[in-house]
Design a protein around this ligand. Structure first.
Ligand SMILES: Nc1ncnc2c1ncn2[C@@H]1O[C@H](COP(=O)(O)OP(=O)(O)OP(=O)(O)O)[C@@H](O)[C@H]1O
Ligand SMILES: [Mg+2]
Length: 420
C-alpha cells in the first residue's frame, strides 16, 4: 500500500449480459472547508454515449451528465458503499495491510473483485480484466482455519508472513459482520458463512432452516446448503448477483441495499429513514413489477416479525438488476432472536403506524402501501402464522440442527405480542 492515500478512483460496471466491465465514471472524495468528507460522482461522456449504459443507482445516480454530490456515509454514495466490505471484510483488509486507519476509498480500492453487485473500482481509467479464479469448495478447510485465526486475532505482525498472505484468499468484499468467504462450486458462486466461537446455537444450520422456512411461507429466498468442514458446519448461500456465462466467466447483476434506496445512513441519528413503509414507496418507483415486489416485501416483514428477526436492518434488503430493470433481491440473512419480552419486540425498521412494533395489527395498518387489500393482507398474515407455527421446528431439525438448538431458539417464534 502506498503511503499517499488516494482521493479519487474510476468506477467500472459490468453491463447486463456481459462478462467484463467498462468504465462508468469517476468518483472523487474530498473534504469540505469544515473538514467533513464530501463525495462527487460523474458519469463519463463515452459511457453516457453508450446505448447499453445503465444507471448504477436508480434513485441517487441516474444516468445524466450532472456532477452528483453527497455528504452522507462519509461522502461515499450508497451504491458505491454497497459494493465495499463491512465489518468482516474491513478487518481482513486492515489486517492484511497492517493498517487500522484506512480511508473509505482504501476499502473500495483494496478489496477484491468478488464484491456484491456489478461495480468495480480502480485508479486506472481502464478496468482490469475480471477475476476468473475463485476459491473452490476444497479450499474451505483452509479458509475456515484462516477465518478462525482472524477471529482470535492470531496473526504475526509481519505483512509478508505466509499466514497474513492467506488472508488474501479469505479477502472478501462482501458486506456483513459475520466471518465469510466466497467460493466457486460447480460453476456457481456461493457465500460461505463460518461459525463464530460466541454463537449460542448452530447459526449455520439455523440460518439454512430460516431460508427454507421463508420459502415455505411463499417468500423468494436465497438457496442454501450446509457443508461439513473440519468437523464444523459451514453455511453456503448461493449468490444471486452472479450467473455463469460460459467457460469461467460470470455475468453480474447490479445491487443496491435498501439503505441506499432510502438515502439513509448507518448512524443512529439517521435512523428515522429506516422504514419498510418508506422503502416500499421508493421501491415501487424503481422496480419493473411493483405489485409483486411490494407484496413480497410485505411477506418478509411478517416473516421477520414471526421469527423475531430483529437484525432486519436496511443492508439486509436489496434491489438487484440482472438486466436493465430493478427488482427486489431474494431474501437473505434471516436469523431468529429468542428475546425475553413476550409483549413487545421491535424490528430494525418501521413497519406500521406503531413504529417498529413486530405486531400483526401494526404491519396491517400500512397494507395499502404494499398494494394489498386489507383482506388479502390479513389472509397472508393468518396463513404465514399458521405455517411458521406448524413447521418451524421440523424445518430446523431437517436442516440438521439439534434438539438443543431448537430449544435455544424456541422463544423467537410466533411470540405472544405478535397477535395481541
Ligand atoms: N445470496 C447472496 N447473493 C449475493 N449477495 C448476497 C447474498 N447474501 C448476502 N449478500 C450480500 O452480502 C452481504 C453480507 O451477507 P449477510 O447479510 O448474509 O452477512 P452477515 O455477516 O450475516 O450480515 P450482518 O452483518 O447483517 O449480520 C449482504 O449485506 C448482501 O449485500
Ligand atoms: Mg447481513
Amino acid at each position: 500500500m502506498t503511503s499517499k492515500r488516494p482521493t479519487e478512483c474510476f468506477v467500472y460496471v459490468t453491463l447486463p449480459g456481459s462478462p467484463s466491465p467498462v468504465t462508468a465514471g469517476r468518483f472523487v472524495l474530498e473534504q469540505t472547508p469544515a473538514g467533513d468528507p464530501i463525495g462527487r460522482f460523474v458519469y463519463g461522456r463515452s459511457y453516457l454515449a453508450n446505448p447499453d449504459a445503465v444507471e448504477i443507482d436508480p434513485v441517487e445516480l441516474k444516468l445524466s451528465g450532472e456532477t452528483y454530490e453527497t455528504v452522507r456515509l462519509n461522502g461515499v454514495f450508497g451504491a458505491l458503499r454497497d459494493a465495499g466490505p463491512d465489518y468482516w471484510g474491513r478487518r481482513v483488509i486492515e489486517k492484511h495491510a497492517g493498517i487500522t486507519t484506512l480511508g473509505e476509498l482504501d476499502y473500495l480500492l483494496e478489496s477484491p473483485d468478488d464484491r456484491a453487485g456489478a461495480l468495480g473500482f480502480g485508479e486506472k481509467v481502464d478496468p482490469p480484466a475480471p477475476l476468473r479464479k475463485f476459491n473452490q469448495t476444497l479450499d474451505l478447510a483452509r479458509l475456515q482455519t484462516t477465518a478462525e485465526a482472524l477471529m482470535r486475532d492470531d496473526f504475526p505482525d509481519d505483512p509478508n508472513a505466509p499466514q497474513v498472505q492467506d488472508l488474501l484468499l479469505l479477502g472478501t468484499s462482501m458486506g456483513g459482520a459475520r466471518p465469510k468467504a466466497v467460493i466457486e462450486d460447480q460453476g456457481e458462486l456461493w457465500i460461505a458463512k463460518f461459525a463464530r466461537p460466541d454463537d449460542r446455537w448452530n447459526a449455520e444450520r439455523v440460518e439454512d432452516a430460516m431460508l427454507r422456512l421463508a420459502g415455505q411461507c411463499g417468500i423468494r429466498a436465497a438457496e442454501s446448503r450446509i457443508e461439513r468442514v473440519g468437523g464444523k458446519d459451514v453455511l453456503l448461500v448461493k449468490r444471486f448477483d452472479r450467473a455463469r456465462k460460459d467457460g469461467s466467466s460470470y455475468t453480474r447483476s447490479r445491487m443496491i441495499s435498501s439503505l441506499t434506496v432510502l438515502r439513509a445512513d448507518d448512524a443512529a441519528s439517521a435512523r428515522e429513514r429506516w422504514s419498510y413503509v418508506l422503502f416500499v414507496e421508493e421501491m415501487r418507483r424503481c422496480v419493473s413489477d411493483p405489485k409483486s415486489d411490494a407484496r413480497e416485501l410485505f411477506r418478509r416483514i411478517v416473516f421477520n416479525a414471526l421469527i423475531s428477526n430483529i437484525d432486519d436492518h436496511p443492508r439486509n434488503h436489496a434491489l438487484i438488476a440482472p438486466e436493465r430493470k430493478w427488482m427486489l433481491s431474494p431474501a437473505y440473512d434471516l436469523t431468529p432472536a429468542p428475546l425475553v419480552s413476550q409483549d413487545r419486540r421491535d424490528l430494525a425498521m418501521e413497519c406500521g403506524d406503531q413504529g417498529r412494533f413486530a405486531n400483526a395489527a401494526n404491519i396491517l395498518s400500512q397494507h395499502a402501501r404494499f398494494l394489498l387489500e386489507r383482506e388479502e393482507a390479513e389472509k397472508i398474515i393468518t396463513e404465514m402464522t399458521g405455517q411458521v407455527t406448524k413447521t418451524w421446528e421440523e424445518t430446523v431439525l431437517a436442516s440438521g440442527a439439534s434438539q438443543r438448538d431448537v430449544d435455544a431458539i424456541r422463544a423467537a417464534f410466533v411470540y405472544p405480542g405478535f397477535s395481541h
